[in-house]
Design a protein around this ligand. Sequence first.
Ligand code: GLP
Length: 241
Amino acid sequence: MEIIKTKDYDEMSKQACVKVIETIEEMHQPVLGLATGSTPEGLYKCLIDAYKRNKVHFDKVTTFNLDEYIGLSPEDKNSYHYYMNENFFKHIDLPADQANVPKGNTGNASQACEDYEQLIREAGHIDLQILGLGVNGHIAFNEPHTPFNSRTQVVDLTESTRDANARFFESMDDVPTQAITMGLESIMESREIILLVSGFKKAAALAELIHGKKTESLPASILKNHPNVTIIADEEALSKA
Ligand code: GLP
């Protein structure tokens, strides 16, 4: 795992932005894996800005988001689909049928998981996957003790993750208890992975990832097995490493 230390959040976002644009320029039909949460917001702003300045186009890009809450429709303001529309998709020239987010509100979630894996296979797998890091070391919604060989599936969210994400909801009761997430093995099939980490609250998990051993109690530690991972983290996130 290569580690790039940045001064702050803005520099982390800019470095990731450069990397995403390079990937789009290099590939004929690039496939990007996208994340939600606060961490990638700066990256999306930077990409939108580059698009507006005619530095990048998304018409040949296909995207796959990592996860979605069960029970929320794409129109629900707290769904990850809504987040992606507001923070990224509606500002760029990515055709709507090339932007994929797991379907959290179908009657048949396990079928939705299988369909999602099939779509990723048909697209030829993910060229560059963007990841954030949960305070408990989760990636996507793969919580501690998720088997390393997990595929896209429905998962129960831990209280710590529901707490961490409650800031986006009106009350704790509104925070869903389940989600669809790409599995750890599915994520590992990406050709290249960038893990973005910012702020003191992620410092302990990041230190454990860098110095600890590979263990299912820290889902992100599976990344140690991947040949092409770059961690872009700011000084605060690296303060305990
Ligand atoms: C959430 C998401 C993850 C995200 C992580 C960190 O639960 N499911 O995909 O990377 O937690 O979120 P944030 O960037 O808001 O700290």
